[in-house]
Ligand binder design. Structure first.
Ligand code: PEP
Ligand code: MG
Length: 417
């Protein structure tokens, strides 16, 4: 859904012959390489290529969306990491970026080598040298995002996944890295092995990476601020005010440690450029402890964004990557009505959110709050976000229209209460 790619699943009428790479449907045999067209909304499958057109907000649809915008109180942002996604989302009515996952920018061919060098470095100097190679790329990515958003808010989330996700697995890549680092293949393999974690989603990720390697946060801050300064200079009519988001905080001191690095780096960049620029540093609320201690966390965070994918995972104790394997039994046995990773659990996870908003705003009345987990594009979850007074929901580009509509419906329902 996030990629705007449709899917028909569970089509029992298809007779699949995987071994011979063919299937039969409605009396016709289809072979590998034949074209079919699918409609993800109706579940229909058509023979051949049907001409398609990109979704557009126009005509009657456009009229309804304009009505929705008159009523809704929630802003609707998008989760986007590329200018193309951001542009699509803007066409669909997004009012900003609520989540830019920067790790996707590290995986690209021209940067992954430098990032691997940083992981395998022995000293701070070596790490900084490797990160220096990535800085111009990151800065370029952020400039393109700021350009695409034309002065609308952009929240950039700092590196989140565990480092082992970046290391090479192919022998040839390991050899290449060993050569670049002046190390033996065995040494590189030992470093890779040392990064293994039994439970990586609860491991060395999120702001824990910045606690151990502050150089990463420094590099990302430089890239964000330099990009913002350049785009602001090019477009004085816009207000480019970076929102830097630190993921996975669970403690206010931990957040302060990373925030101090970000602020020192950002202030130095702004002073060196001789410009004035406002920026904010906020955090994601993704760990129950962060929600429980929101009053304290808000002393450091200038905004909260609920990462309800992780918050659901950690509140239920269900792995977000594996729960699908057993949740069907919960639906069959009427224990759960829906997937808590798709529709927000307003009773448990929602209670943590409501409490965090209330306590956070008590500490810092200017605190703005949003959501950027998958739930940000789910209508019933959007309704709940309206009720607890969030400022915005952020969802993948193609879910922006439904979020706008759901936000309006929530506001109208409240008027009628
Ligand atoms: C989340 O946890 O809800 C979130 C948006 O972050 P990610 O999915 O990247 O962990
Ligand atoms: Mg998360």
């Amino acid at each position: 859904r996030g990629m705007g790619t449709c899917c028909v699943s569970g089509c029992g009428d298809i007779n699949m012959d995987e071994e011979n790479k063919k299937f039969t449907l409605a009396g016709k045999e289809f072979h590998e390489g034949d074209y079919i067209s699918i409609d993800g909304s109706t579940g229909n499958i058509y023979d051949g290529i049907i001409e398609t057109a990109d979704a557009q907000i126009a005509g009657e649809f456009g009229r309804i969306m304009a009505w929705a915008d008159e009523f809704r109180k929630l802003k609707v942002r998008t989760n986007a990491d590329t200018p193309a996604d951001a542009k699509k989302a803007r066409e669909l009515g997004a009012e900003g970026i609520g989540l830019c996952r920067t790790e996707h920018m590290f995986f690209e061919e021209d940067r992954i080598a430098a990032f691997r060098e940083m992981i395998c470095s022995d000293t701070v100097e070596e790490r900084e040298a490797a990160l220096e190679k990535i800085l111009p790329y990151q800065q370029g990515d952020f400039e393109a995002l700021y350009e695409a958003l034309e002065g609308c808010p952009v929240t950039i989330r700092f590196l989140d996944p565990p480092l082992h996700e970046f290391v090479p697995t192919e022998e040839a890549d390991i050899e290449k890295l060993a050569k670049a680092q002046g190390k033996s293949v065995e040494e590189i393999k030992a470093i890779i092995a040392s990064l293994h974690e039994f439970n990586p989603m609860m491991g060395h990720r999120g702001l824990r990476l910045a606690v151990t390697y502050p150089e990463i946060a420094k590099m990302q801050t430089k890239a964000v601020i330099r990009a913002a300064i350049n785009v602001q200079k090019a477009h004085p009519e816009w207000t480019v005010a970076p929102e830097i988001m630190i993921p996975l905080a669970c403690d206010t001191k931990e957040l302060k440690y990373v925030k101090d690095i970000v602020v020192a780096t950002a202030d130095a960049e702004i002073a060196a450029a001789g410009v004035e620029m406002k920026y904010e540093v906020g955090t994601m609320i993704e760990i129950p402890r962060a929600a429980l201690t929101a009053a304290d966390i808000a002393k450091e965070a200038e905004f909260f964004c609920f990462g309800t994918n992780d918050l659901t995972q950690m509140t239920y104790g269900f792995s977000r990557d594996d729960a699908g394997k057993f949740l069907n039994a919960y639906y069959d046995k009427k224990i759960f009505e829906s997937d808590p990773f798709a529709r927000l659990d307003t009773t448990g996870v929602g209670q943590l959110m409501e409490m965090a908003v209330k306590n956070g705003k008590a500490t810092r009345p200017s605190l703005h709050c949003g959501i950027c987990g998958e739930h940000g594009g789910d209508p019933t979850s959007v309704e709940f976000c309206h009720k607890i007074g969030l400022d915005y929901v952020s969802c993948s580009p193609f879910r922006v229209p439904i979020a706008r509509l759901a936000a309006a419906q929530a506001a109208i329902a409240e008027m009628n209460d």
